[in-house]
Design a protein around this ligand. Sequence first.
Ligand SMILES: Nc1ncnc2c1ncn2[C@@H]1O[C@H](COP(=O)(O)OP(=O)(O)OP(=O)(O)O)[C@@H](O)[C@H]1O
Ligand SMILES: Cc1ncsc1CCO
Ligand SMILES: [Mg+2]
Length: 301
Amino acid sequence: MSDPANLPCTHPLRERIAQAVRDVRARTPLAQSFTNFVTINLVANAQLAAGGTAAMSFLPDDVIDTAAISGADYVNVGTLLPFYKDALPQIARAFAKAGHPWVLDPVAAGIGKTRTEILNAFRAVPPTIVRANASEAIALASMWRLIDPDGASRPAGVESVDEVDAAVDAARAIARHLARYAPQGRAAVAISGKVDLVTDGERVFRIPGGSALMTKITGAGCSLGGVVATYLAVADPLTAALAASALYNRAGEAAERVAHGPGSFQVAFLDALWNVTPEQVAGSEILEQAAAQSADRSSGA
Ligand SMILES: Nc1ncnc2c1ncn2[C@@H]1O[C@H](COP(=O)(O)OP(=O)(O)OP(=O)(O)O)[C@@H](O)[C@H]1O
Ligand SMILES: Cc1ncsc1CCO
Ligand SMILES: [Mg+2]
């Protein structure tokens, strides 16, 4: 298989990415979150540092009413409470009815009856974007019967045990499923890891970079999901997923240059989300897998 090629510097996708970064900073869009208790503060701070605003809520009527003024929502199933089993499907149904865009982070997909019940309920009222690590994407695609479950790896807790490349078929299958339900037929999946992978179901992009220190703070992935929702408030799903992934990689590198360990890294990372320029984000290495290879890999999915 030939190497994926970097997008030309004048590619229209790069202009859309730069515009999304600028629009968030100019328009400070609200992206509401229903997210876990471990990393909730980092999610809100990352959304603010990227230029958006944050609101966290857990009551269905509050979430659904606030969605009317929120550009996009973020749902993360990391820490569950008993009432979520009814609340989250109710919220997803309301978003579907309103055509409201939202991002799902299926944290620890495949583990626990309650989480599986909730994630299964999302199959018929799915998000616009799934943001996950490789293991979670494989587990979700398998649970939704979009890939052969025999090929799926074991559930992995909140950390990934799979490489991003192992999740290409799962990511494309999920993105195609989401697109079938999306109001404008457009959806995306963003898989994080050493090299990030973003797909709209047809095109597959790899975004290298970032810092290994991102895995030594909790919530780099969760807050990335929140920032994807912030960009989704101003941009189409593919652009939002690419822009957030590229921003995170550039900010991770900038933070690593000044950090002394995980504590100072987190502080420096928030500063970097604020300081990285639209041109730096849009100028990132974005490697596109050739279309024929994409098609080959998807056969049978
Ligand atoms: N080894 C690595 N080198 C560089 N960047 C990385 C590496 N691993 C992850 N990242 C980056 O860290 C961010 C979070 O990705 P990660 O895969 O750790 O999410 P996650 O497992 O869902 O995290 P969490 O659940 O703790 O929030 C992404 O921006 C990703 O690009
Ligand atoms: C550590 C942890 N446990 C539940 S959610 C979460 C944050 C990372 O996903
Ligand atoms: Mg995660």
